[in-house]
Design a protein around this ligand. Sequence first.
Ligand code: ADP
Length: 253
Amino acid sequence: AEAEETVLRTTGLTKRFGAFTAVDRVDLAVDRGEFRSVIGPNGAGKTTLFNLISGAMTPTEGTITLSGADVTDRSPAERVGANLARSFQLTTVFNGLSVRENLRLAAQARDFGGMSAARRLFADPDGFEGINGRTDTVLDDLGLRPVADAQASDLSYGDRRRLEVGLVLATDPEVVLLDEPTAGMSGDETDATIALFEDVLAEQTVVLVEHNVDLVMRVSDRITTLNAGQVVATGTPEEIAADDRVRDAYLGG
Ligand code: ADP
């Protein structure tokens, strides 16, 4: 077998707010197909790290590469347009549109990038075939076919969450970024979301930023623990659970 391919890499990634260092020389290497979670106590720098990777914030120092390309200076939209990453923060459910229309829009966002749909259609008349194909695949993968023509505003809570995941997958991303996707959910909803991740995101490269340690222990291949902006440890859930430095970070944090 070939060596694992690193899809997402951060090198010396640092974000300072004035004299305060929120993310401090973070090196991450996430392999293709890996489910990586980032945990840490409040204020550890998880959200800031997520914002740096998604492009919502510019690092003070360090670099970010996706599939070997340096994206440090690219905007969030350019990171998506370059087929590189996609996050919930960048997707919107349009309530007035059907499930299928929402998915088509997400699929187009990737294919058309900044170009208008009409211009792109002239440039690539076959483009819509790919969009239809990807829309159908996502409808089936997520069990949304029965509600394909329902208006998004009429969806049950569970179907709406599935549609949000579907919007991410419709862009056929290289890396899926998830920012506390179960925040505000009940236990049952959280369990359903975890099952969905295990099902639908199994093949994807995922970076999950999350404070729910139980969830992270269940779904992750590897976990990176942050404290005070720095990486404390990276390892499998078993390794992290047994790591004294991780325990100290939480109890001392
Ligand atoms: P976490 O998500 O792990 O709770 P954050 O990344 O939100 O941590 O925050 C890390 C630290 O950076 C916190 O001390 C927070 O107050 C600080 N911080 C985050 N964003 C800003 C900002 N825009 N300006 C100043 N300080 C910030």
